[in-house]
Design a binder for this molecule. Structure first.
Ligand code: SAJ
Length: 405
């Protein structure tokens, strides 16, 4: 068996390495030559615990190699980005390009899996694209179980920072275009997944992934809305949530400076853009979470008026704790907003971003803590949690993550 993984990013590369670690021959395909070269040297271009060792072992052992153009295989896993463009519509162009690339090498009996998070109907669209490109083969949306090609959606649902563990342990939803498609996909994933592989259909599997992230977004929005209400009413929202969560059927998430990352801040829009009249709550949650960074900026500006030349120390720029990922980060958005205004002198500290190229310097934690009049916690990194709050008595604290509450 030979498996091709198209797209060697945060999902594709760990997936490719995992299959290779089970002694399955894997070809990783990426349009970026630099990425391909890096992997072929046994190195990686993304940050994820233990991934470097796994990729290195797979490349050295001869089970994984990378290339820029697909070659004949038994299974193809598409794991390319599906961004949401201009606040308007999902961009499926990477999926389309990947699909057209594999069409050239597809043969009777092959399995094609779409892993990318996708709006409902995308797997059927992939079938259309493949059928249009290969009229010598039959596809499951045309002839059902007797088709030459098997096609399924199997969304990834791993947490950055724990990708390798979750790839193996999490249950997988497998949505084949037909039953046989699902059965073939289950066989493939069973080689690496210890969790259950649960069979459904393609549209349900697509919606399932979007639902998981929308569920989290709506629940974070609830917490963020509570934080605004509590601020106005003079109530400590962190204590309030701790108390409410003592109820056996209440489990409120944590407020923050907004919602970041490339998934939760994006996927709900895939639902909203398909069914705008129906997805009212999902849209509103997105808006609540998107507004939160502006609220934090206004809060800081109000506090800053107390000083003639305020020094504002910002703690953290990543999208969540203990990682170095800046994608859609509300913390970074807040820092940039503050810098673009004339609110005061802004000092930024993030122990996870010291080697990054940014348009502003990253300052030592101690220096920020000592110099700041206003200290703003934007990310709950462990390094910040270790600071003793009693050393901060003289400062104005805006703690968007509740680490010192
Ligand atoms: N956040 C809060 N309060 C909370 C929890 C999170 O403000 O109580 C914020 C975080 O700070 C961050 C954002 O939400 O800015 C998202 O972080 P996250 O840890 O909730 O999720 P991601 O984006 O790292 O990964 C999510 C996961 N989805 C779910 O937990 C339902 C992951 O399992 C998915 O695979 C991933 O999206 C994805 O790729 O879709």
């Amino acid at each position: 068996k030979k498996v091709s993984v198209i797209g060697l990013g945060y999902i594709g590369l760990p997936t490719a390495a995992l299959f290779a670690s089970r002694k399955i021959r894997v070809v990783g395909v990426d349009i970026n030559m630099e990425v391909v070269d890096t992997i072929n040297r046994g190195e990686i271009h993304i940050v994820e615990p233990d991934l470097d060792m796994l990729v290195n072992a797979a490349v050295v052992g001869g089970y994984l190699r990378a290339t820029t153009s697909p070659e004949a295989s038994d299974a193809f896993i598409i794991a390319v980005p599906t961004p949401f463009r201009d606040g308007k519509k999902p961009d499926l162009s990477y999926v389309e390009t990947a699909t057209r690339m594999i069409a050239d090498v597809l043969k009777k009996g092959d399995l094609v899996i779409l892993e990318s998070t996708s709006p409902v109907g995308t797997t059927e669209q992939v079938a259309e694209w493949l059928a249009a490109a290969r009229q010598d083969l039959t596809f499951p949306h045309q002839v059902g179980e007797s088709s030459d090609i098997r096609l399924a959606h199997c969304p990834e649902r791993v947490l950055p920072g724990q990708i390798l563990r979750e790839l193996v342990q999490n249950d997988r939803v497998i949505g084949g275009i037909t039953q046989k498609c699902s059965a073939e996909a289950v066989k493939l994933y069973k080689a690496v997944v210890n969790g259950e592989c649960i069979v459904s259909d393609a549209r349900t599997a697509e919606m399932c992934k979007l639902t998981e992230n929308s569920y989290r977004d709506v629940n974070i929005a609830f917490a963020n809305e509570l934080s605004l209400i509590c601020d106005q009413l003079g109530i400590n929202v962190w204590e309030l949530i701790r108390l409410a969560n003592r109820h056996p059927r209440v489990d409120i998430l944590q407020p923050g400076p907004g919602v970041g990352g490339h998934c939760i801040a994006v996927d709900p829009w895939f639902i909203v853009s398909k069914t705008p009249d129906k997805a009212r709550l999902i849209r509103m949650a997105r808006e609540v979470n998107d507004d939160k960074p502006y609220w934090v900026v206004e809060k800081i500006k109000t506090k800053a008026t107390r000083f003639k030349h305020p020094v504002i120390g910002c703690l953290g720029i990543t999208f969540k704790a203990n990682i170095d990922d800046l994608r859609e980060s509300p913390a970074l958005e807040i820092v940039r907003d503050l810098m673009a205004s004339d609110v005061g002198h802004i000092l930024v500290c993030d122990p996870h971003c010291t080697n990054m190229e940014l348009e502003f310097p990253i300052v030592e934690l101690n220096e920020v803590v000592v110099s700041a009049d206003i200290l703003v916690v934007l990310v709950d990194h462990q390094e910040f949690k270790n600071i003793r709050p009693d050393t901060l008595k003289e400062k104005i604290i805006i703690d968007t993550r509740g680490i010192w509450s």
